[in-house]
Design a protein around this ligand. Structure first.
Ligand code: GLU
Length: 313
C-alpha cells in the first residue's frame, strides 16, 4: 500500500511539472482592475475550447506577479511590459531587489492606460503637491508609472502624501473623501473607475505635451494614448495620457506544449474571448509580438512563427 501511495505521489509530481491534467495558476491584479476580469474571461474560453484548467488569483499586480512566478507560486501572470523589462534587466526598483529571469513572455494583449483620477478642483499633476494620492498597490506596475509621471513634472513621492492602495481600496477611500487622487494603470474602462462614476464626481488628468515628450524620451515603453470623452459617464473631455501593454508571461519552465496550446487557444478564439470581455476585441496576433523586450517562451515562439509573425531562431 505504501509503495502504491509513493508511486502515486511520483506520478502527481511528474504531472504537475508538465501541467497536464492540472490546474494552472494565473496571477492578475485587484478585483476591480482589468487583469482580473480579463483573466477570468480568457481562461474560461481556454477551458471550454482547449480543456485547460486555471485558477485565477487576485494579487498586487505586475511586480508582485513576477515575484510570484519566481517563487513558483503561480505558472502564469499578466504584467505590464515596462515592469517585465525592469525585472529581467534588474533596473529601476529591481536594481535593489535583484533581476528576475525565471519568466518568459507569451504575448501582449491590450493597451493599459495610465489614468489619474482626481477631484474636480485639481487641474494638473502639479496640483497634486501636498495632496493625499494613492500611487497603486504595493508591488503594482501602477506605482512605477506614477513615479515616472511625477519625475516628468519635476516632483517625487516626497511632494505628495503617498498611499499604496489597490484599485478597489483607492476608489473606496476616494468616495469617502479620504483621498484627493489615485493612479490606475489598466485597460480602460476600468471597473474601479466605472463604479466610482455612478457615485462620485471626479476628473481624469491629462499629461502635458512637454511631460509626454519627457516620458517617451526617457522611458521607451510609453505610447501616447488619447482616451475619448465618455469612456466614463462623467468625463466629458478627451484625456491625453500614456499607455503600456498588458503582457501574458509564464514560468520559463512551463512545458512548450502547454504554452503553445495557450497561445494558439487565445488567438484562435478571439471572438469567444471578446464575447466574455470587451478587451478581447483588442487582441491581435500581429500586435501581440510587439513591445516585448525580454525572451519569449519557445511554445509561444512556435505559434507566432507558424503564422510568419516572427523569424524562427
Ligand atoms: N497594470 C496594473 C499594475 O500592474 C494592474 C492592472 C489591472 O489590474 O488591470 O499595477
Amino acid at each position: 500500500m505504501k509503495k502504491l501511495i509513493a508511486l502515486l505521489l511520483v506520478i502527481c509530481t511528474l504531472l504537475s511539472v508538465t501541467s497536464c491534467g492540472n490546474k494552472l495558476f494565473l496571477a492578475t491584479g485587484s478585483e476591480t482592475g482589468t487583469y482580473y476580469a480579463f483573466g477570468i474571461a480568457f481562461t474560461q474560453v481556454l477551458k471550454d475550447k482547449c480543456g485547460l484548467e486555471f485558477t485565477v488569483q487576485s494579487t498586487g499586480a505586475s511586480k508582485a506577479n513576477i515575484q510570484l512566478i519566481d517563487s513558483g507560486d503561480v505558472d502564469l501572470a499578466i504584467v505590464q511590459n515596462d515592469v517585465m523589462d525592469y525585472a529581467y534587466n534588474g533596473t529601476n526598483t529591481f536594481a535593489a531587489d535583484g533581476a528576475i529571469t525565471s519568466f518568459a513572455a507569451i504575448c501582449t494583449m491590450y493597451p493599459e492606460v495610465v489614468q489619474i483620477v482626481a477631484s474636480s478642483n485639481i487641474k494638473s499633476v502639479a496640483d497634486l503637491k501636498g495632496k493625499k494620492v494613492s500611487v497603486g498597490d504595493v508591488g503594482s506596475g501602477t506605482e512605477f508609472n506614477a513615479a515616472q509621471i511625477f519625475e516628468a513634472y519635476g516632483m517625487t513621492f516626497d511632494d505628495i502624501q503617498k498611499q499604496n492602495l489597490s484599485f478597489t481600496d483607492s476608489a473606496d477611500k476616494y468616495k469617502d473623501g479620504q483621498l484627493d487622487a489615485f493612479f490606475v494603470t489598466a485597460g480602460a474602462p476600468t471597473v474601479a473607475i466605472t463604479e466610482l462614476a455612478t457615485a462620485s464626481d471626479f476628473t481624469i488628468l491629462s499629461i502635458g505635451e512637454k511631460e509626454l515628450s519627457y516620458l517617451q524620451e526617457n522611458y521607451g515603453f510609453y505610447t501616447r494614448f488619447d482616451m475619448t470623452a465618455g469612456t466614463y459617464a462623467n468625463v466629458k473631455k478627451d484625456v491625453t495620457t500614456v499607455a503600456v501593454s498588458a503582457t501574458l508571461i509564464c514560468d520559463v519552465n512551463l512545458d512548450d506544449q502547454t504554452v503553445y496550446d495557450i497561445t494558439k487557444g487565445i488567438f484562435e478564439n478571439i471572438d469567444a474571448i471578446t464575447a466574455a470581455h470587451g478587451k478581447g476585441a483588442e487582441l491581435s496576433a500581429e500586435k501581440a509580438v510587439q513591445g516585448i523586450s525580454t525572451p519569449m517562451h519557445p511554445g509561444a515562439t512556435k505559434y507566432f512563427s507558424e503564422l510568419g509573425l516572427i523569424a524562427v531562431g
